[in-house]
Design a protein around this ligand. Structure first.
Ligand SMILES: Nc1ncnc2c1ncn2[C@@H]1O[C@H](COP(=O)(O)OP(=O)(O)OP(=O)(O)O)[C@@H](O)[C@H]1O
Length: 761
């Protein structure tokens, strides 16, 4: 394109872009006015009228938030078709007052051509244009010509200029959305069908995380009705990572998504306590299923001696054999401890009642007399206390806490573990929970069932709620129909919003918590079943964590993204088939991402050597760009290491300039090196708190750096990183691939052979 043509094209696009922003302003003002009106309205004060107002408030404020979230980069593309028609693609769909499309939502089927068309397969298009905006001004256009001339184009990237500009920019500490530059192989994953489990395998920096998040936005848009009621769960490796990604979906206008670590999947518990890798591995093993089952069973006691009970002058007794028989019968009736307890209690009461009947000479007792007697037995304090001792009502936390704090209980429940292994698991009763405890709690909750009192409360609440929802549904249908028929502007709904609005309004949870969003309700409810679950860094989950997670998604509509070469946890996953053939046989599929958008080729060449040492059959992804800075290494004597590290950090800070620097340290030296750098380098951040993302220089161990990226990375003592864990090489691979621009390595004593590709200083 010549300078003159470019100017002309920019002016032409500016006209369209101005029109789109004008439309956005009108819609935003309308939503704000709708909101003001509803908030200012008097209602009759009935439950239903309040519910209606609440629903309208939610609708209008959501609409307003969504319209505000798309301000930056509203329109980013245009497609010209062979039939001379054309359309613009943007972050949201916009229509004029006659519902004529002005802008096509990037998720709409029509927009697919923008991401997928190539010169070889143009899908009916002749041109794809990327439009760059600065605020509301068009500052550039960049065209891919999708005709025969374009075939000679060496690049298979779409919108190469926009893509390269995006990946080369300085990191901000937060992941950003990539709607304007999604690549064809990524788009296929984003738009892949909802059912079944989709595994996205890809090397570091291939966009697995960002693609999974765009897929969430796509699925919510395309299957809104199916997904919005139960919500989408996104599971990430730690809270820093969740903070790193937490702006992506809101910036795409989506809020019905719950972000969680695997350590938070049991309501009321946050598993963050640090434990040894060996303990994590033991607790992540599927053998723990039987351990927890036996631990629960160990609360169902059979006495060694008969228990004597006196009721109303009669001497009764519970013999061990009888208790055993009643226990077996109860377990056959229900396999959940708390539910089986009811049958056990009934059995005990019946046994004691019969003993009295026999002593009285029961033949002469009428049914009513027996019933009175049974009641007396049931209400007897001693009988109750005996039942509680033999078969107590239980909740998960004390069961797991007792198990892990009692050598005797642990040895009885885990006969397969050696003394040394038992010692690894033992800890004090009031210790904080670790992430690996969460699946044990979940397992216990499954085996225990809810206590009877909780079930009754829940049933009553559910019945009241169903009735309220049914009543609300009828009411909302009538209100919306009347208002729309009358042409009132009180309820402004697009035709496609009507059904969903009525459903949501009726579903407002009037009984339990009227204002709770789906995310809030899901968060507090262990039995909540999500419509879709996305797991990032999925390779880190242990076998026990998979079990917990699968309970949250019985429909098995899931997207799992990860890289088995990056597995750091010793309890983590080595193969997708191993996990998924168990939980979703024949219902899972794999897609691969092959291009690395983060790490430049020079650094990736170093990473490739590390990968080859992990497993020579694995292929590293191809970098999309090269940069000038060659990765460097320096070897210093162990006694000179600390001062050399401080110097290297200061020098790298200078070299990254306005960018962000991460110093990745071995976990075994984390505390010492953090203390050193905190004392010697001003403004340095460290630790598991997500606020580290706001700092320009951070000290992290490899686990804390998972999924993140920085302009510069300095690896301290790579030999110790390798030696620290059974998966040390994978950890080094993760560390090397966190950088977008610069990589430095400071080795203590000697440079590990796998890093020989760096330039020595
Ligand atoms: N199509 C794209 N356009 C612009 N940037 C992209 C694109 N795809 C990926 N990126 C950028 O590349 C970087 C790496 O992406 P992401 O973190 O999702 O990779 P990943 O595969 O999850 O990496 P890892 O496994 O190492 O954690 C991010 O900065 C992301 O924004």
């Amino acid at each position: 394109m010549t300078g003159g043509t470019q100017k002309h094209e920019i002016a032409e696009e500016q006209e369209q872009v101005t029109l789109l922003y004008d439309r956005l302003d009108v819609l935003r003002e309308r939503a704000a006015a709708d909101l003001r009106r509803v908030l200012g309205e008097q209602t009759t004060g009935t439950d239903q009228a309040l519910g209606e107002r609440e629903s309208l408030t939610t609708l209008y404020s959501r609409r307003h938030t969504q319209l505000s979230s798309v301000e930056r980069g509203l329109c980013f593309g245009r497609v010209d078709n062979a039939d001379e028609s054309r359309f613009h693609v943007g972050r949201i769909g916009l229509f004029d007052d006659d519902y004529e499309p002005l802008l096509i939502d990037w998720r709409a089927p029509a927009a697919q051509v923008f991401y997928r068309a190539t010169a070889a397969n143009p899908l009916g298009a002749t041109r794809r244009r990327h439009i760059q905006l600065h605020h509301r001004t068009v500052v550039g256009v960049d065209d891919d010509l999708l005709d025969l001339d374009g075939i000679s184009d060496r690049s298979s990237l779409t919108g190469e200029a926009a893509l390269l500009a995006s990946v080369a920019s300085n990191r901000t500490g937060r992941m950003k959305e990539i709607v304007a530059t999604i690549q064809s192989e990524q788009d296929e994953i984003v738009r892949s069908g909802l059912p079944g489990v989709l595994v996205v395998q890809g090397g570091p920096g291939t966009g697995k995380t960002v693609v999974a998040l765009h897929r969430a936005a796509y699925l919510l848009y395309t299957h809104r009705e199916q997904l919005s009621e139960k919500g989408v769960l996104v599971v990430g490796p730690n809270s820093t990572f969740l903070r790193y990604i937490d702006q992506v979906l809101p910036s795409l206008g989506e809020t019905d998504v719950m972000l969680s670590t695997a350590g938070e999947l049991f309501p009321g518990v946050v598993g963050t306590a640090v434990e040894s890798a060996a303990a994590t591995r033991l607790k992540g093993d599927l053998a723990m299923v039987d351990v927890v089952a036996r631990a629960v069973r160990d609360f169902q006691l059979v006495p060694d001696e008969p228990i004597a009970i006196k009721i109303g002058g009669y001497r009764l007794q519970l013999k061990p054999a009888v208790v055993r028989k009643l226990g077996e019968r109860a377990r056959r009736r229900d396999d959940r401890h708390n539910q089986a307890r009811r049958h056990f209690a009934r059995g005990v009461i019946e046994e004691l009642t019969q003993q009295v009947v026999n002593q009285v000479g029961g033949r002469y007792m009428g049914e009513e007399d027996v019933a009175d007697l049974r009641k007396e037995v049931r209400e007897d304090d001693l009988v109750r206390s005996v039942i509680n001792q033999l078969w107590p009502e239980l909740t998960p936390e004390p069961v797991v806490a007792l198990l892990l704090s009692s050598r005797e209980r642990l040895a009885s429940a885990a006969p397969h573990l050696s003394e040394a292994e038992l010692a690894l698991l033992l800890r004090s009763r009031d210790s904080a929970w670790a992430q690996s405890d969460v699946p044990l709690l979940d397992e216990a909750a499954e085996l225990l069932g809810e206590p009877e009192s909780a079930i009754q409360e829940r049933a009553a609440a559910a019945a009241a709620e169903t009735a309220a929802v049914r009543e609300n549904l009828e009411y909302m249908k009538t209100v919306v129909k009347e208002e729309l028929d009358a042409g009132s502007d009180r309820i402004t709904l697009m035709p496609w919003e009507i059904e969903q609005f009525i459903g949501q309004a009726a579903n407002r949870n009037r009984v339990r918590d009227p204002l709770a969003t789906i995310v809030e309700r899901a968060y507090g409810d262990r039995s909540w079943q999500f419509a879709h679950v996305i797991v990032d860094e999925a390779q880190e989950l242990s076998a026990m964590e998979w079990r917990t997670l699968m309970r949250r998604c019985p429909r098995r509509s899931m997207t799992l993204v990860g890289d088995v070469a990056q597995t750091g946890s010793e309890a983590g996953t080595g193969s997708w088939a191993e996990v998924l053939d168990r939980y979703a046989p024949k219902r899972w599929r794999t897609e691969e991402l092959t291009v690395n958008y983060r790490t430049p080729a020079q650094i990736m060449a170093v990473a490739a050597d590390v990968l080859a040492a992990i497993n020579p059959s694995l292929t590293p992804p191809t970098s999309v760009r090269e940069t000038g800075a060659a990765p460097w290494s320096q070897v210093v004597a162990p006694e000179a290491f600390d001062s050399a590290l401080v110097e290297a950090v200061l020098a790298e800070q200078e070299a990254v300039g306005d960018g962000r620097l991460a110093v990745i340290v071995p976990s075994s030296r984390h505390a010492a090196l953090t203390a050193l750098l905190a004392a010697k380098v001003p403004g340095i951040a460290y630790g598991p708190d997500p606020s580290v993302l706001d700092a320009t220089t951070v000290v992290l161990d490899v686990a804390q750096s998972k999924g993140l990226e920085f302009d510069g990375v300095l690896i301290a003592d790579p030999g110790a990183i390798i030696a620290d864990s059974g998966r040390g090489l994978s950890d080094l691979y993760v560390a090397v691939t966190r950088s977008t621009r610069r990589l430095g390595v400071l080795a203590s004593g000697e440079l590990p052979a796998v890093l020989a590709g760096t330039t020595t200083r």
